[in-house]
Design a protein around this ligand. Structure first.
Ligand SMILES: [Zn+2]
Ligand SMILES: [Zn+2]
Ligand SMILES: [Zn+2]
Length: 362
């Protein structure tokens, strides 16, 4: 091959790879199917399932046009092959052209078939129909997923090509062409593998990636793997109702604050409890608004006028998790060994307290 043709071929291969597996740079430049078709796709937050019905179909169509794009480019990069005049081209190029045209034709027909009857024939509709109750269809499942996806308390992580979303009812994995959906109550999860990456661009700590197999007792739901950073493991476990078993005995490097939160919780639980006066009612925690406040700070560590701790007179406003996170956030990140013995100010009145002064409300 002559040099313009070689140059074009190499450039096109790079372009095609970047288009199918977009790196972050390409993504931020907006050269992905999602951003090119943004107007047609609509908003993921408004209608998650409908967005992904369109996105997976659009992605398939766009990717199937790549061979034809190469052929058209070669018409100009290698004029001596006479590719513009189809009948003068060599047998090999004729065959290539035939497949390059056939591929988008097939995917267009498929896309048309999928989109009929309000996307009833799309594979994703069938994936969702598996979870539908006897009297309802996939649309009921879709609206449940759409509604839960809009909530801010969902767990979401992963690269755009392998995102993981956990809502109150659903565990969803989004890949380039399809969506895996499992219902929380049906699944069991197993840590199957862990991989350590020494270098991470945004931290100097080694990064551990966990592979977790999600298997469902529903025979129509195929098992799938999700991957996540081990520091997100605690957050995932909080969102899941099913326990995660660790078949491979993987040592999970949780984030320092997750580990601390576990210790904090177990220490507070052995502290003296506080019983709420009967005329007071518990309000939602002002940190997370998810659970009721269940913590009261009472100076128990020393006599009232001794030591650094002070009495806090605030009414209960925080839950145990949020108080633990607050406690951890006020610590010296370089010296975790000092965390348990230190004092931090009450988030509301600034009176100093230590772990011994944190009381659960019973
Ligand atoms: Zn809270
Ligand atoms: Zn206070
Ligand atoms: Zn104290």
């Amino acid at each position: 091959m002559e040099s313009p043709a070689v140059t074009f071929t190499l450039a096109y291969v790079v372009f095609a790879v970047c288009f199918v597996f977009p790196p972050d740079e390409v993504r931020s430049a907006g050269l992905t199917v999602q951003s090119l078709l943004a107007g047609w796709l609509g908003s993921e937050d408004a209608a998650f399932v409908q967005y992904h019905l369109r996105r997976s179909t659009g992605t398939l169509l766009a990717h199937s046009l790549l061979p034809l794009g190469y052929y058209l480019g070669m018409c100009f990069a290698a004029p001596e092959k006479h590719l513009c005049f189809f009948y003068l081209a060599s047998e090999g190029w004729k065959t290539f052209f035939f497949f390059a045209v056939l591929l988008p034709a097939v995917t267009s027909a498929l896309a048309y078939y999928w989109s009929r009857k309000g996307w009833n024939n799309h594979p994703l509709a069938r994936t969702l129909a598996v979870h539908a109750l006897p009297q309802s269809g996939w649309r009921a499942v879709a609206s449940s997923i759409n509604m839960e996806f809009r909530r801010i308390d969902k767990f979401a992580t992963g690269a755009p090509g392998a995102r993981v979303i956990v809502t109150d009812t659903w565990v969803i994995k989004v890949t380039t062409y399809c969506l895996h959906v499992a219902q929380q109550q049906d699944i069991h999860l197993t840590v199957t593998d862990s991989r350590q990456h020494e270098l991470s661009p945004d931290s100097n700590m080694p990064v551990q990636f966990l592979t977790i197999r999600v298997a469902s007792i529903n025979p129509y739901v195929k098992a799938f793997d999700i991957r996540l950073n081990s520091t997100e493991y605690g957050e995932l476990r909080e969102k899941l109702r099913a326990p995660i078993s660790n078949a491979a005995n993987v040592v999970i490097h949780q984030s320092l604050s997750d580990l601390f939160l576990e210790t904090f919780t177990s220490l507070v639980e052995i502290n003296q409890a506080y019983s709420l006066p009967s005329n007071q009612e518990l309000e939602p925690c002002i940190g997370c608004m998810q659970t009721n406040a269940n913590i009261k700070l009472i100076k128990n560590c020393q006599e009232p006028n001794e030591g650094e701790c002070q009495q806090c007179y605030c009414r209960p406003m925080w839950c145990l998790t949020c108080m633990g996170k607050w406690f951890a956030s006020r610590q010296d990140q370089q010296h975790p060994e000092t965390w348990l013995s230190s004092q931090v100010p009450c988030p509301t009145c600034r009176a100093k307290f230590c772990i011994l002064d944190v009381c659960m409300i019973r």
